[in-house]
Design a protein around this ligand. Sequence first.
Ligand code: NAP
Length: 312
Amino acid sequence: MENVIIIGSGCAGLTAALYTARADLAPLVVTGIMPGGLLTTTTIVENYPGFVDGIDGFQLMMNMQKQAERFGARLRTLSKVESVDLSQRPFAVTIDGEIFHTKTLIVATGAGHRHLGIESEHLLENKGVTYCATCDGALPMFRNKPLVVVGGGDSACEEALYLTRFASTVYLVHRRNELRASKIMADRVLGHPKIQPIWDTQVLEILDVSQDEVTGVRLQNLKTSTETTLDCAGVFIAIGLVPSTQLFTGILATDEAGYFKLTEGSKTSVPGVFIAGDCADKVYRQAITAAGMGCVAAIDCERFLQDEAHAG
Ligand code: NAP
């Protein structure tokens, strides 16, 4: 019987692991298929407090993991939760075909990349269409070639800036005529000689499915409806995140966008189930806020178990 199973190993999950480990609860952390979460795919993180010169995203997550393990957190690396039964306590959690029982559950499943939703995007994924510049940007197929980044938020700006190391030109295709990104990121992008914004424009199609590789994009100006094509060797899509809450459909309440709804602090309608991080946050979505939510969930979890022990 586990005291607590934590689903997710991003900032929220690993901070919850650190706090519950320090409370002697020996948490079991199910990392999912991307240990360390989305931050491992970023380069330098400049806004996580405590690192004067910034810190590499992968390194930050490795540090968090080691820190949690130092106090007794147990990580099931590359493991995936297949189903949960929260209808009675202890809860049953099926991990890679094996059923585990746990007194409490902390859900920190994060969020995944939003897709454009056009057929050519799907057909050319990993053939020039990608969602991660730091993972794929240095590939030979993208070197000294024009590349397209889609989006206008911090992620799109970060991707575009990173790709300037490899690309001949980076076209930033955005559906409006101003960036949503923070001012510091927007200023860096708009002042970069290799980045060319294309405003008020949507991607209608990624070319060329018949050649089984990316050769360009078909664009449409949303103000004039004019269609154009643009040659490029890669399309990097950075149009935001979708919460990873599907495992709990019909079990835990979510809002219309799929984010978990919390009752008080990190609590849900099921006593003993706590939520942390981007799977419940469509407003702030920062590494530090996710970590803070992980801390809140761990404290709520610890107090819940304490209250139950005193009552029993
Ligand atoms: P975001 O802030 O939600 O921005 C998504 C962008 O994609 C928006 O510009 C949006 O356009 C556009 N978009 C959404 N759906 C689209 C569609 N179907 N077709 C075309 N464009 C579409 O997402 P994000 O950039 O991934 O950032 C997520 C969170 O992480 C934010 O809170 C951000 O601040 C944070 N973050 C921070 C950093 C950093 O501090 N360095 C780096 C990365 C991410 P509209 O603007 O028109 O809505």
